[in-house]
Design a protein around this ligand. Structure first.
Ligand code: ZN
Length: 210
C-alpha cells in the first residue's frame, strides 16, 4: 500500500482482505450486524493472515445492510461504495493528499457514519473529494471549513461503536468527483439499480491507495 490512511506503524504490520460479502459462507451462519461477532471474526482473520489491518468492501454486496431498515426504504441499498479499513478505536487517520476541509458533520443516527470529514483536493488540475467516516467525536471540534491539511497529516481518530454509528471500529474511505450538493455526508451504500448514476462520481478508492 503506497499511501497510509491509518497510523503508519499499524500499516507496516500489513493489510489483509476482509470479506463481508453475502458470498462469504461465514455470514450465512453468523450475524454480521453483531459487533462482537464482527470483532471476533476480524481478530481471527488477523491471526490467520499474519497481518493487522483489514481492508476491503469496494462495490461489495453486504448482508449487513440487508438486515438494517435504514438501508431498506423502498429499495434495498446493500452495495458498499467506499473501502473500509478496520483497526482499533483511537487509531490515527491521515489525509490522503494535501487538501482543504470541504465540510464535516456528525451523522449520528444508528448505522450512519457518525463524525464525518470531507476534504477537497486538487490533483493535477482535477478536483476530487475524500470522505472519512466513523471518526471520533473529539475530532469534530478541531475541524473548520477551509482549513488546510497536508498529505499524511493526522486529521482524526477512529471512533468507538458508541460514537461511530454502531460498528466495530473502522474507517470508511470514499473518493468522489462531485459532491452533488452534499455537506458532511455522501451516500456510502447504494442499490444495484443506482450504481449507474454513481459510476463517474464515486471512484475506486483502492486505485488511490495502491
Ligand atoms: Zn464503509
Amino acid at each position: 500500500m503506497k499511501r497510509h490512511l491509518l497510523d503508519p506503524q499499524l500499516s507496516q504490520k500489513g493489510y489483509f482482505p476482509l470479506d463481508l460479502s453475502i458470498n462469504n459462507p461465514f455470514w450465512k451462519r453468523n450475524d454480521v450486524a453483531d459487533i462482537s461477532v464482527c470483532h471476533e471474526y476480524i481478530e481471527q482473520q488477523r491471526i490467520s493472515h499474519g497481518a493487522f489491518l483489514a481492508i476491503g468492501g469496494y462495490l461489495e454486496q453486504r448482508a449487513l445492510y440487508q438486515k438494517n431498515e435504514r438501508f431498506n426504504k423502498g429499495i434495498v441499498r446493500d452495495i458498499h461504495l467506499g473501502v473500509d479499513i478496520w483497526a482499533p478505536a483511537g487509531t490515527t487517520v491521515h489525509a490522503m493528499y494535501d487538501g482543504v476541509v470541504h465540510s464535516y458533520a456528525h451523522n449520528s443516527d444508528p448505522g450512519n457514519y457518525g463524525p464525518t470529514l470531507i476534504l477537497q483536493h486538487n490533483i493535477d488540475g482535477q478536483t476530487i473529494y475524500t470522505l472519512y467516516g466513523h471518526l471520533s467525536l473529539d475530532d469534530v471540534n478541531k475541524w473548520e471549513v477551509g482549513y488546510r491539511f497536508r498529505e499524511s497529516e493526522i486529521i482524526a481518530h477512529l471512533g468507538t461503536p458508541q460514537e461511530n454509528g454502531g460498528y466495530s471500529p473502522h474507517l470508511h474511505f470514499q473518493v468522489m468527483t462531485d459532491m452533488k450538493g452534499y455537506q458532511g455526508d455522501f451516500p456510502g451504500v447504494a442499490a444495484k439499480e443506482e450504481l449507474e448514476q454513481y459510476k463517474d462520481i464515486v471512484l475506486d478508492p483502492m486505485s488511490f491507495l495502491e
